[in-house]
Ligand binder design. Structure first.
Ligand SMILES: Nc1ncnc2c1ncn2[C@@H]1O[C@H](COP(=O)(O)OP(=O)(O)OP(=O)(O)O)[C@@H](O)[C@H]1O
Ligand SMILES: [Mg+2]
Length: 452
């Protein structure tokens, strides 16, 4: 076990030495201080576990010093030493947060006893705090379903980056949970008591975006009858979520870049900048690197926001999460609709597992909400699943897409028929063997998988 460090503050150097010897022989590490300044420095510099403070110091009184120590670290217990006959001040010290007090002259064994006791208690409180932290962490992420390996890795990463103050760049197709993750990062951070302000850069008209973001002074433009705070200032002390940042007009990108560099905003019509303390999280479903290459997105802004990337996989790449997401949504809508539904039939589940989910988790959520609203029984049957999503399935494909789909299916059928015999398959299709192999390669089909 690590040796605990104890800070002893007294202006009597003899007494300091006596206490040091006593504590060191009891296997404590001792740091001594003879003034308030030395004491505060020591607490800031060293990992102090407890402090012993004389009530009557020459320059300050021990109670003020104790309060200043607590301001730096409220978790360090303070034991007060007081001269005989000043019991009132000792009681006052207790009232203001001292752990205990001893009257001089004191018995060294008594001091040790109190120190041991305080240490024990401190260990308990820090353990309780640690457990509370774990609970909180769990709570923040409890609404995120992440059974697949891919999502587990992402959550592990997210719980680490939450505690930093770095800019996070979330990329993922529509409906993959970008905003959900952004909120979890905020709740898992030191800023969780502060605001979480989300802005959809694609949804606000270009001419309003600037006043929305930076605010304006009274009279800055017609209609500005009083000044208004922008979203940057509203998010002060918290997190600003710039959603769909890939859709931000170029003219605004340079202004945002300046804010991110200087951490200051200029409200419209205002000459003086306003300081802002915000953590930035951005999200996009676009390939922003490509947008940079096509000159739709500023490269310098890209580098500024692309600090910690988080890539959310589409639902079709984490289908093992589907059953758990279904349970989660059944629960959620069950509560909301005050309806008890036990689950879905195996056929319904199969339908969900086979679907491609272009709208990702949001599409699955809507599917379950619809089925839940419609069902007359307490198990959802397949006829209530995906019947409303026909447009996305029947959406007209390009000729190229349709042709490759046909080719792939045709080849799979041939391989099934010939049980993976390529000579037979190429003969049946009227293709040369070499050409046939080329086709198999194109679609990543392996004949050996069709052998029975
Ligand atoms: N892993 C998950 N667990 C539980 N719910 C999820 C998960 N991922 C997404 N969702 C839910 O799916 C819906 C869509 O998520 P969200 O709005 O965060 O997606 P998005 O990526 O921001 O979408 P868009 O690009 O369309 O804005 C939300 O209701 C969210 O709660
Ligand atoms: Mg979103």
């Amino acid at each position: 076990m690590a040796i605990e460090k104890i800070l002893v503050v007294d202006d009597d150097s003899n007494l300091l030495e006596v206490i040091r010897m006593r504590l060191e022989s009891a296997r404590y590490d001792v740091v001594t201080a003879r003034s308030e300044e030395e004491a505060l420095n020591a607490l800031e510099e060293e990992a102090i576990a407890l402090s012993v403070v004389d009530l009557q110091l020459e320059t300050t009184d021990g109670i003020t010093l104790m309060e200043n120590l607590h301001r730096i670290n409220p978790d360090v217990p303070v034991i007060i030493l007081t001269a005989y006959g000043t019991i009132e001040s000792a009681v006052e010290a207790m009232r203001r947060g001292a752990y205990s007090y001893l009257t001089k002259p004191f018995d060294a064994r008594e001091l040790l006893f109190q120190i041991d006791h305080a240490m024990e208690k401190r260990k308990l409180t820090s353990e309780v705090k640690r457990l509370q932290g774990l609970l909180e962490e769990k709570y923040d992420f409890s609404n995120i379903i992440a059974r697949s390996d891919k999502m587990q890795k992402i959550l592990a990463k997210v719980s680490i980056i939450a505690r930093t103050d770095s800019t996070v760049f979330i990329h993922g197709e529509s409906g993959t949970g970008k905003e959900l993750i952004a909120r979890a990062i905020h709740l898992g951070s030191g800023r969780k008591e502060g605001p979480f302000v989300a802005i959809n850069c694609a949804a606000i008209p270009e001419n309003l975006l600037e006043s929305e973001l930076f605010g304006y002074e009274k009279g800055a433009f017609t209609g500005a009858v009083q000044s208004a705070k922008g979203l940057f200032t509203q998010a002060d002390g918290g997190t600003l979520f710039l959603d769909e940042i890939g859709d931000m007009p170029l003219s605004l990108q340079s202004k945002i870049l300046r804010v991110l560099q200087d951490r200051q905003v200029y409200p419209l019509g205002c000459k003086k900048p306003v300081d802002v303390d915000v953590r930035i999280i951005v999200a996009t479903n676009k390939d922003l690197q490509k947008e940079v290459e096509n000159n739709n997105f500023r490269q310098d802004l890209f580098y500024r926001v692309h600090v910690i990337p988080v890539d959310l996989p589409p639902l079709r790449e984490k289908k093992e999460d589907i059953p758990f997401l279904v349970d989660h949504f059944l629960d959620k809508f069950g509560q909301r609709m005050k309806k008890k539904v036990r689950g879905i039939t195996p056929q319904a589940m199969q339908k969900l597992m086979l679907h491609d989910w272009p709208g990702n988790v949001r599409e699955l959520e809507n599917t379950i909400e619809f089925a839940m609203a419609m069902t007359q029984t307490n198990v959802i049957s397949e006829d209530l699943i995906l019947q409303t999503n026909i447009p996305s399935q029947n959406k007209l494909k390009s000729f190229k897409e349709a042709k490759s789909e046909f080719e792939k299916e045709y080849l799979q059928n041939l391989l099934n028929l010939t049980q993976g015999n390529v000579s037979k398959a190429s003969e049946l299709s009227g293709k040369y063997r070499a050409d046939f192999y080329q086709l198999l390669k194109k679609y990543d089909l392996k004949p050996e998988e069709y052998k029975r």
